[in-house]
Ligand binder design. Structure first.
Ligand SMILES: [Zn+2]
Length: 67
């Protein structure tokens, strides 16, 4: 299968040409697709409740990537 670049994180992903045309050239890796389907609920949110400092940092980074 040919290699494409993920539209969300620019990671290289292997997809079929069929998937490429179906999505009009905009392909997402599995990670970005998961985020798109449920943007507010991430597993990291639950795990990092113990350390507030780390949680603030990861949230900030997440938002920057989204926008
Ligand atoms: Zn991606």
């Amino acid at each position: 299968m040919p290699l494409f670049v993920c539209a969300g994180c620019s990671m290289r992903i292997e997809r079929s040409m069929e998937a490429y045309w179906r999505n009009k050239g905009k392909l997402l890796c599995s990670t970005c697709r998961d985020r798109q389907e449920m943007p507010k609920k991430t597993p990291d949110d639950d795990r990092s409740k113990g350390s507030s400092g780390f949680r603030v940092n990861s949230n900030k980074n997440g938002r920057q990537q989204w926008e």
